[in-house]
Design a protein around this ligand. Structure first.
Ligand SMILES: [Zn+2]
Length: 172
């Protein structure tokens, strides 16, 4: 620890903290991508999600898509991860939590993210076909949406796109 840091030292400290923050974000998205990969290996569409307590960086849940396995059309990675994280917090509100998901959430998941009051949403690939954040319903932009997370798209995008492409190519 530097006592009474001068301007240059302060700058360096801030930069380091910024770097640490970036590394943590990348690590959490890597975790979400690993869950996506595992989902693909189970025959599910490869989408993965991680919910993290923002301040501590504690991972509350990591989940992949399980719609086929559970015969449940709502068993998207985000829904499962939100449920698990809320149970871990013993609260229906995840307002101090950040959610990392490999693909732009659909309208259902975006609404669930809003209901859960998630603080920040980080997603990898854009989903022009099914997405509900930057496309389609644009859930967070509606007047009926009463909590909007901060949204950071494009983290881990290339890997997320590659996973999805490989998955759908192998099914053809
Ligand atoms: Zn969804």
């Amino acid at each position: 620890m530097v006592r009474n840091p001068g301007p240059a030292q302060l700058q360096a400290l801030t930069r380091d903290r910024g770097r640490q923050h970036c590394r943590a974000m990348t690590d959490f998205m890597d975790m979400a991508l690993a869950e996506a990969e595992a989902a693909g290996a189970r025959g599910e569409v490869p989408i993965g999600c991680v919910v993290v307590e923002g301040a501590s960086g504690r991972v509350l849940s990591r989940q992949g898509n399980r719609t086929e396995e559970l015969k449940d059309p709502t068993a998207h990675a985000e829904m499962l991860a939100i449920r698990e994280a809320a149970a871990a917090q013993s609260s229906p509100r995840l307002d101090a939590c950040d959610l990392y998901v490999s693909l732009e959430p659909c309208a259902m998941c975006a609404q669930a993210i809003s209901f859960a009051r998630v603080r920040r949403l980080y997603y990898g690939a854009e989903d022009p076909k099914m997405g509900g954040v930057a496309h389609g319903a644009r859930v967070f932009a509606q007047s009926t949406c009463h909590h909007r997370p901060e949204v950071y798209p494009g983290l881990g995008e290339r890997r997320a796109v590659r996973l999805l492409k490989e998955f759908f190519a192998s099914r053809r």
